[in-house]
Each structure stands twice: as structure tokens, then as C-alpha cells.
Design a protein around this ligand. Structure first.
Ligand SMILES: Cc1ncc(COP(=O)(O)O)c(C=O)c1O
Length: 381
């Protein structure tokens, strides 16, 4: 049976991973500055992770949410400690889109309203309400278009005020660092004003931390670079280091009710074991501090490269903007220099999303390769 052909694929077949590297079937080593799309937070095949998942699957891989699962409570407590989001409650699911879908649904339940405000170039996943909160027509099917969503330009505070004062907006959803869009960020004033406007208008503020969370921005959450208090915080990618897990952190003002949200697989034993191993490793190996240090090192070098027109993002969620489209450059980096990088909706941006335990030597290797690739590109022009 052929696979439904929705992904343009690079001709590389990773079969093994270790730390910052993946290896193909010929044992060729690739430097992974893409982290499988910001998913690999603590490095491939980290021993803590391998042991936790292995031990758990030997005991109990799955049971439903109809019984006690103390691992969920352990995970919730650990997230509270590391994120310092005191008093929030946790609902577990399986992916980023599902986290945002639950966040939007909860905002609608809580406020009794239905319209959502989101921002240009944002991305929140591909399910019903989540995908409707994007301005990418290619991924919105007619069935999704029934959702009431208003898309505003990032930083349009007057627009947010105008829309929220109409009284029918259940949620404002925002990425504090846009991932898929290309690493743009709103201003501090904008984010802090949006937070206040939400509180004044009975609208919930959703901080989509699916990509920027879990230490990737150098703080546990990217919104923590600002003075804001989101009502709901969707999380996913870095949470399981590859094991599918997502969730939402829910402000204590929002009260739960049986049946309000639910899932078969969300919060299963194996996912929780993976999630706990990730958090323990972030803590034990000081990966948030490493993220800050490696980010500063990376950005300093990036700024010395004339072809790099702008360095965007925070922590290890970095965009290098060029004045040409980076498709060919990415191919050259993969095939000739054995380095994975990411692209963005903005085709001029190279996205760097490595595991958070990256070291200076890996960053040096990347810049040596980038310089060579840029020279080679000039020679072929
Ligand atoms: C900010 C953000 N939200 C949501 C999603 C959707 O996550 P998933 O692909 O796990 O559904 C993504 C995925 O790239 C994302 O970057």
C-alpha cells in the first residue's frame, strides 16, 4: 500500500540517534540542528529516557484514564516545579494540535463565547479549531472554515482592543515566538497589553508554548520573558523527546467538570514516564542554562556572517534570515555537510532547533559548514 503523499522528503533515512546526532543505514553521522522539528529536547537516546521508557513498558505501557495513574500527578508536580507556574492544573493529551484544540474548547466553555483572535503567520496545528486560527489557506479545509476566527497582524493592539470589546471573543491565542511562521515576535508592550485586554473583557489568553516551551527559549516558557499571566498554556513537542505527548496548563480560575475534556491515550503510563525523564534531565543537566549560553554563543557568531541579514528568535529557537530562499542551502547542508536544519513559512529563514544539550563544538561545526556552503552557492551563481 503506498503512503499518502503529503510530505516532500529529503533522501536521508535515519535509523539511529545519539545525543546531537542521527545516523543513516550506512552509519553516516548527521548533526541534528532541527531536533526532529523542536521535539528532541534532551538529545537522541538519552540514557535517562531509554531507561525510563524501557522500565515502564516492562511494567505497564498503557491503561485508560478510568483508573488512578500516579505518574500523571508526578509529571504535573514536576512541571509546576520547573516552570514555576504555581496553582495551574494539567490536562494531558497527545500532540500540539490536540493541546490547542482543548485550549480553545476550554476557553469557549469557560466564557460561553465562540470567536477566537489569532495572528498572521501563526501556526497552532491542523485540527478543527486550531487550524482555523491560521491564515494559511492551504491547510484550512471548508469544514474548518465554519470556526469564527479573526486574524490580526502581530502588534496590532488597537485591533485586539476593537475585537475584544465586541464581547464575543472567547480566546486570544498567540505564539510568543512564532515557529513555523519564521521566528517573528511581538513587542513586549503588545504582549502585556493583550494580557490586560483579555482580563478586562472576559477573554482567555492562550500562550501556545507547543514549540517554544520546555526550556527552548532559555526560560521554561517563552511567555516568561514578559509580565503576563496566560489562562491556558498548551505544550507538546519537547515534552516527550519524541514520545507523543501534549497537554495544557490551566489557570486555577478555570474550574473542571467531569466530561469537559477527555482522551483515550492522553497521559498514558509510557508517555508520563518519557515526560518525567525529560524534566528530570532538564533539571539535572541544567539544560535551560545551557540553552541560554549556547544561544548567546550561536547568535554572536551568526551576527558576524555578512550573508545573515537578521538573527531572530530566543534561546535555541533561532532563525537566520537571508536575502535569498534557503531551500538549496538546506539541501547543501544536508547532503554535502551532513547537517539537518529547518525551514519556515518565510522561505528566507533557516530554522535552528537543536537538542538543548548542544555544545560549542557543534555550533562551530555548523558555522564552518555554513560558510563553505555560502561560498559554494556564490560560485554557482
Ligand atoms: C506553535 C505550534 N503549535 C502547534 C503545533 C502543532 O503541533 P502538532 O504537530 O504536534 O499537532 C505546532 C507544530 O509545529 C507548533 O509549532
Amino acid at each position: 500500500m503506498p503512503l499518502f503523499d503529503v510530505y516532500p522528503l529529503y533522501n536521508v533515512t535515519p535509523v539511529k540517534g545519539k545525543g546531537i546526532h542521527v545516523y543513516d543505514e550506512n552509519n553516516t553521522e548527521y548533526l541534528d540542528l532541527y531536533g526532529g522539528h523542536a521535539v528532541i529536547s534532551i538529545g537522541h537516546a538519552h540514557p535517562n529516557y531509554v531507561n525510563a521508557v524501557t522500565n515502564q513498558v516492562h511494567n505497564l505501557g498503557f491503561y485508560s484514564n478510568a483508573v488512578q495513574n500516579p505518574l500523571q500527578k508526578q509529571l504535573a508536580d514536576k512541571i509546576e516545579t520547573l516552570s514555576n507556574c504555581k496553582g495551574y492544573e494539567l490536562f494531558l493529551c497527545n500532540s500540539g494540535a490536540e493541546a490547542n484544540e482543548n485550549a480553545l474548547k476550554l476557553a469557549s466553555f469557560q466564557t460561553g463565547k465562540a470567536r477566537v483572535v489569532a495572528f498572521s503567520n501563526g501556526f497552532h496545528g491542523r485540527t478543527s479549531a486550531a487550524v482555523a486560527a491560521t491564515d494559511n489557506k492551504n491547510i484550512i479545509a471548508p469544514i474548518n472554515a465554519q470556526q469564527a476566527v479573526t486574524i490580526l497582524p502581530l502588534n496590532d493592539i488597537e485591533g485586539v482592543k476593537r475585537e475584544l470589546e465586541k464581547g464575543d471573543v472567547c480566546a486570544v491565542i498567540v505564539e510568543f515566538i512564532q515557529g513555523v511562521g519564521g521566528l517573528d515576535q511581538g513587542s513586549t508592550k503588545f504582549f502585556e497589553e493583550v494580557d490586560k485586554l483579555c482580563k478586562a473583557n472576559n477573554t482567555l489568553f492562550i500562550a501556545d508554548e507547543v514549540q517554544s516551551g520546555y526550556g527552548r527559549s532559555g526560560k521554561f516558557f517563552a511567555f516568561q520573558h514578559y509580565n503576563v499571566t496566560p489562562d491556558i498554556i498548551p505544550i507538546a513537542k519537547g515534552m516527550g523527546n519524541g514520545f507523543p505527548i501534549g497537554g495544557i496548563l490551566i489557570h486555577p480560575n478555570i474550574k473542571s467538570k467531569y466530561g469537559m475534556l477527555g482522551t483515550t491515550f492522553g497521559g498514558n503510563h509510557l508517555a508520563c514516564a518519557a515526560g518525567l525523564a525529560v524534566l528530570n534531565t532538564i533539571e539535572e543537566e541544567n539544560l535551560m542554562e545551557n540553552t541560554q549560553e549556547m544561544s548567546a554563543y550561536f547568535m554572536e557568531i551568526a551576527k558576524t556572517i555578512p550573508a545573515v541579514k537578521e538573527v531572530k528568535g530566543k534561546g535555541l529557537m533561532i532563525g537566520l534570515a537571508f536575502d535569498f530562499e534557503v531551500g538549496q542551502l538546506r539541501k547543501d547542508l544536508i547532503y554535502n555537510h551532513k547537517i539537518f536544519t529547518g525551514g519556515a513559512k518565510d522561505k528566507h529563514v533557516l530554522r535552528i532547533l537543536p537538542p538543548l544539550n548542544i555544545e560549542k563544538k557543534h555550533i562551530n561545526q555548523f558555522f564552518e559548514a555554513l560558510k563553505k556552503a555560502l561560498v559554494a552557492m556564490q560560485e554557482t551563481v
